[in-house]
Write a protein that binds this ligand. Structure first.
Ligand code: F6P
Length: 344
């Protein structure tokens, strides 16, 4: 059997660990592996862009950030000509199955392909942790660790200068990174896309702290968080990607300037951006990525397609790609209430 592997969407620590696990376990079944370069983009070229994934090619990948296959946010179903090329390339490359490592966009393509008779399996990847049916996606733990590291450092400088620091973290439609990172880093306010905020209320928490003798505050805002009065997310420009997503950014700057104006307190903002996605995965993400990879290729061996591997409790299970991509997994409000106990 010749198995294709691709990584799509934003990169995420642990992608290489999945590739390594799939290939190492798959070699035990006698499979061959074709790595598809740059996500779906690699399959819509007249000459597909691929590489052989041998034991040697995956050696040393476990701690490596990024993806040796490259990635892109290409949507091969946007233009019917691309879809045609995609299907032709899959046939010409004689791919018996494709393991698609990606978030909701990449996996929605995997689901469409499955509906057309291509044997696909999904592995849930995103630092945002917003895929349904899995308690965690790999990459999330690394992102949260980086946010915690950053907050610990920002804490001391913010306190020394008696400032307000607004830290903008990733999280487009779901504020999981903000909530977990914010709780771990002791944030005084945490803002998430699921709950549009009131600037006056945010200022109220900071004022309350000041009255209690705390002359500094740390605010964590997910990039997708927005003030009630704005009625929508703050974007960098009007440009949309192939899946219709705008480039987010600006809530940190907006909030720091509002706080300074309304409270007269010196404020700064920091955008952690792609720092949260780079570099080596944590031990937790290496283990989760490895478990996902092993199960994905075992599912090929069992002939179980159109499904995504998932973590439920401490068990690796599988759910249909349809269920996984039907809706995003937003922050559990019970969890947010725990975070709120520490506001102000
Ligand atoms: O894929 C998720 C994500 O990390 C979002 O939180 C963020 O909006 C986006 O990626 C940024 O991606 P890009 O690399 O395209 O700037």
């Amino acid at each position: 059997m010749n198995i294709g592997i691709l990584t799509g969407g934003g990169d995420c620590p642990g992608l290489n660990a999945v590739i390594r696990a799939v290939v190492k376990r798959g070699l035990q079944f006698g499979y061959e592996f074709t790595g598809i370069r740059d996500g779906w983009r690699g399959l819509i070229q007249p000459k597909p862009s691929t590489m052989k994934l041998t034991r040697q090619a995956v050696s040393g990948l476990l701690p490596l950030g990024g993806t040796i296959l490259g990635t892109s946010r290409t949507n091969p179903f946007k233009d019917p000509k691309d879809t045609e090329t995609l299907l032709r390339n899959i046939k010409d490359l004689k791919l018996d199955a494709i393991i698609c490592i990606g978030g909701d966009d990449t996996l929605s393509v995997a689901e469409k392909l499955f509906a057309r008779g291509i044997k696909t399996i999904g592995v849930p990847k995103t630092i945002d942790n917003d895929l349904s049916g899995t308690d965690f996606t790999f990459g999330f733990d690394t992102a949260v660790s980086i946010v915690t590291w950053a907050l610990d450092r920002l804490h001391s400088t913010t306190e020394a200068h008696q400032r307000v620091m607004v830290v903008e973290v990733m999280g487009r439609h779901a504020g999981w990174i903000a909530v977990y990172g914010g709780i771990a880093g002791g944030a005084d306010v945490i803002l998430i896309p699921e709950k549009p905020f009131d600037v006056e209320e945010v200022c109220g928490y900071i004022k309350k702290r000041k009255e209690a003798g705390k002359n500094f505050s740390l605010v964590v805002a997910a990039e997708g968080a927005y003030p009630k009065e704005a009625g929508g997310m703050i974007t960098k420009d009007k440009e949309l990607d192939a899946f219709g997503h705008a480039k987010l950014g600006g809530v940190g700057e907006f909030l720091a300037s509002e706080i300074e104006k309304r409270l007269g307190l010196e404020s700064r903002f920091v955008v952690l951006g792609h720092l949260q996605r780079g570099g080596t995965p944590t031990a937790y993400d290496r283990v989760l990525a490895t478990r996902f990879g092993v199960r994905a290729i075992e599912m090929v061996n069992e002939g179980k397609f159109g499904r995504m591997v998932a973590l439920q409790g401490n068990k690796i299970v599988d759910i249909s790609l349809q269920e996984a991509t039907a809706k995003l997994k937003t922050v559990d409000m019970e969890m947010y209430r725990t975070a709120q106990i520490f506001f102000g």
